[in-house]
Each structure stands twice: as structure tokens, then as C-alpha cells.
Ligand binder design. Structure first.
Ligand code: SF4
Length: 441
């Protein structure tokens, strides 16, 4: 009998003891769609990075495709109960507390937790404390080196931030997006410029030092001067890290409808490049390092949690739509709060779409992600994934190096500073050329 069959039978027996009304079929159905079939019993998870998805917002923004629904207290209560259940179930089934701490084996030598959303700051601050305690208790974490919460300006208050600090949060990421009133309105944000600036001040006032802000460029009619002014104003308030994303067109959003109707037009790639490189230059002068294409930080203020993702460390996600990665498996939770609550109420886990990452996908992801980092990728590490000779791999890269698109720096390959916006296209070319050299479809 396989380990999984034994686990199915064990689960049915245990769950029937606790809930006699539940049929074996129902338990089996829940079980087979759950994480148990993705992570096997003999894989005792040793985990250092946790993501918590808070699926609520006050109002949906015009460009947003993240999973989030309108906040109400009853749903938030159901969500919290289910989330705590998910954490304790995964912790008790898969985490072996007797194992020694292996965080030093991670690429990012730290333990991190990240509250993303949605709008995590919409929840009662004491609920955030409960979630952190649950993760610490169930996964044997004494203290997180980096604990981030995404906040929106309209839901940041001094009292709330003080509770965050007490519960171990040490990094605040504020969704400023823009300091132009007309752009905020266009994006469908519910805060004003004044809310945005005072939220930064409140974060520092409450004792946070590691404060990050999200800004968006490429909003129709937004000029280079507009975005440089936003960056300047945010930096001069003391912010240490900025994520600068271009406005992207997501399916089934009001923004898509506006574009299709011809009401607005997004900037061309040349216009975007002009703004991005001007911003990158501005950051450089201000002492910020462009450590990832869209992320700029003062020294020591890089986001460790995101670096852990990008450098291939394992992470576990909790909450609807949260993604997880462990060994060669990747899966995510269902994108529906209702189903999420129902599954956990029925004793099943909400995970779905577990995929095994083969060597092709691994190489593709490695190149795509690492090329976006200022430190680039190791030629040796990349070649090892496909078992290709280093000299052959260098031959494949030669053309891009000769054309100053890539730079060889010791054992590393980096993207030229002035080609950073081309990261995704260049990565695709490297993957295509390598697969074609090896005769892989
Ligand atoms: S606040 Fe953030 S998650 Fe919520 S709708 Fe706006 S962009 Fe999306």
C-alpha cells in the first residue's frame, strides 16, 4: 500500500471519529483535492518563508486583477477562523517540529512573513497578531527576521501600527501608487495625496524604520516629471524602498474596458522606457540600488521575502489564492473565499493545481527571474539545470554579450543596465536558443 493510500484511510477514520455525519466519500473527495497528494508524508516541511493572503479591499481598483472581494465584518471573521485552521492543519500534518533549524541552508538566511492582498491593513490589527502567533507556534518560528504588511493609506492609523510593531511586524509596505490626485482617481484608488503622505509620516511616527512604498508609472497622461516628483517626495519623507511598477493591462478590469472603448491609451514602450530609465537614474543619485527590475532600495533595505522567492527558496502561502513552493512542487489555494471556508470547514485543505516542476520549467523560471535581478544568474548553476556544457551555454549567450545586451561578470551573467526593461524578452530568447541548441521542444 502506498503512503498516500495509508494516509487516505487514516484521514477518513480520524475525520469520521470527529464528525459522524460526514460520509467517507465526502472526506475522500476533499482529501484527494488537497495538499496531501502534492506533498507526500515523508516530506517533513522545513519552512522559513510564509505568505498570508488577505482577500479584502474597500473597493476594487480599476486595474487590479488580484483576488480580492469587498470587506465586511462577517466574511472577515469567517476568513480568519478558516485561515487559523489552515495554518494549524498544515503545520500539524506536514511540519516536524523536532527537526533542526535549516534556515541557514536557504539562499536568504532569514525567516520572513509577508501579509499581502487585497488590503491586509483592513483587518483588525489584533487579527494580524493572532495570525503571526499561529504561524510561529505551528512552524516553530521564534521570531521573524522580516515581517512585512502591505497597507493602504486610508487604513493606516497610529494605534494599529503600534499593535503591528508589538506583534513583530517590522516592515510596512504602503500602496501609495501616485501622488497625483487625477491619477489616483483614474486608478480607482480611494485615498488622496494627503492620505498617502500622512500615512508615511504615521509609519515613522509609530517607530517603523523599514518603510516601503509602491508607485505606478505609465498611467495615461502621466509625464516623466510627474513620476520623478512622486519619487522625490516619497524618498524625502524617509522611505527606504520603492517598488515601481508600470501600469499593466489585466483582463476583465475596468481599465481594459476603457482601453477597448478607446477612452484612454497606455503609453508606448518607448515612452515607458524613457520614464523608467529617468527614474532609475534618479534613484541611483539618491543612493537606491535597482536590485530587481521594479525594485529600488537603500543598502540593507532590500525585501528579504521577495528575494527568497526570486532566489528559489521554499515558501508556504495561506489564505485564498495564496501560492506555495516546496522542492519540485508548486500549488496554490482556490481563488474563492466561499470555497476556501467550505473546504476547511469540511476538514480538507484548500490547495489545488499542484504541479511538478520539470527541468525545462526550472530552467525557464531560473533565467526569467534571475535576469531581473541586479546580480544576474550564475552560468554554472544555469548550465547544471539542463546538464549542458558551460562552454556550449556561453556560445549560446555570445551574441547577446557581443551586442551589449548581456554582461559577463566573473561567473555571472547580468543584463546591461540600460536594457533592464527588456529582461523578460531577453530571458525568453535565452531559453528559446538554449532549448533549440539542445533539440528540446
Ligand atoms: S487595493 Fe490593491 S488589491 Fe485592492 S483592489 Fe486595489 S490594487 Fe487590488
Amino acid at each position: 500500500m502506498t503512503i498516500n493510500m495509508k494516509r487516505v484511510i487514516k484521514t477518513i477514520i480520524i475525520e469520521k471519529i470527529f464528525d459522524k455525519n460526514k460520509s467517507s466519500e465526502m472526506i475522500f473527495k476533499n482529501f484527494i483535492s488537497s495538499l496531501d497528494f502534492c506533498i507526500f508524508a515523508d516530506n517533513n516541511i522545513d519552512m522559513n518563508h510564509f505568505y498570508i493572503h488577505i482577500p479584502f479591499c474597500r473597493k476594487k481598483c480599476n486595474y487590479c486583477a488580484f483576488y480580492s472581494i469587498k470587506y465586511d465584518e462577517t466574511s472577515a471573521k469567517k476568513f480568519l477562523d478558516s485561515l487559523l485552521k489552515e495554518i494549524s492543519t498544515v503545520g500539524s500534518r506536514f511540519f516536524d517540529k523536532s527537526r533542526e533549524d535549516k534556515s541557514k541552508l536557504d539562499t536568504v538566511h532569514a525567516k520572513t512573513i509577508f501579509f499581502g492582498g487585497g488590503t491586509p491593513s483592513i483587518l483588525d490589527a489584533n487579527d494580524i497578531s493572532k495570525i503571526i502567533s499561529a504561524i510561529e507556534k505551528n512552524f516553530g518560528v521564534e521570531k521573524f527576521d522580516e515581517a512585512t504588511i502591505e497597507c493602504n493609506p486610508e487604513s493606516i492609523f497610529l494605534k494599529k501600527l503600534l499593535i503591528y510593531r508589538k506583534s513583530g511586524i517590522n516592515r510596512i509596505s504602503i500602496g501609495i501608487q501616485s501622488l497625483g490626485e487625477k491619477f489616483l482617481k483614474f486608478l480607482g484608488r480611494i485615498h488622496t495625496k494627503e492620505d498617502a503622505l500622512s500615512s508615511i509620516d504615521t509609519a515613522f511616527e509609530s517607530g517603523f524604520d523599514n518603510v516601503s512604498a509602491d508607485l505606478i508609472f505609465g498611467i495615461p497622461e502621466q509625464t516623466k516629471e510627474d513620476i520623478l516628483r512622486d519619487i522625490d517626495e516619497v524618498i524625502s519623507r524617509g522611505v527606504k524602498h520603492i517598488s515601481l511598477y508600470s501600469l499593466t493591462l489585466e483582463k476583465n478590469t475596468p481599465l481594459e474596458k476603457m482601453i477597448i472603448a478607446g477612452e484612454v491609451k497606455l503609453p508606448s514602450s518607448d515612452e515607458l522606457a524613457e520614464i523608467y530609465y529617468a527614474a532609475a537614474e534618479f534613484f541611483k543619485k539618491a543612493g537606491f540600488r535597482n536590485y530587481e527590475v521594479s525594485n529600488f532600495a537603500l543598502p540593507e533595505y532590500e525585501c528579504l521575502h521577495n528575494l527568497a522567492y526570486w532566489l528559489g527558496d521554499y515558501y508556504l502561502g495561506f489564505g485564498p489564492a495564496a501560492h506555495s513552493f516546496y522542492e519540485d512542487k508548486r500549488w496554490h489555494n482556490i481563488n474563492s473565499l466561499e470555497e476556501y471556508v467550505e473546504r476547511l470547514t469540511n476538514g480538507a485543505l484548500p490547495s489545488t493545481d499542484c504541479e511538478t516542476i520539470g527541468y525545462k520549467e526550472k530552467f525557464e523560471e531560473f533565467i526569467m527571474i534571475r535576469l531581473r535581478l541586479a546580480d544576474g544568474f550564475s552560468i554554472k548553476e544555469a548550465a547544471e539545470i539542463l546538464n549542458i556544457k558551460i562552454d556550449d551555454f556561453k556560445t549560446i549567450l555570445k551574441n547577446l554579450i557581443d551586442n551589449n545586451i548581456l554582461v559577463e561578470s566573473g561567473e555571472k551573467i547580468l543584463l546591461s543596465q540600460d536594457r533592464r526593461l527588456l529582461a523578460d524578452g531577453v530571458a525568453e530568447k535565452i531559453v528559446r536558443d538554449t532549448f533549440s541548441f539542445l533539440g528540446i521542444d
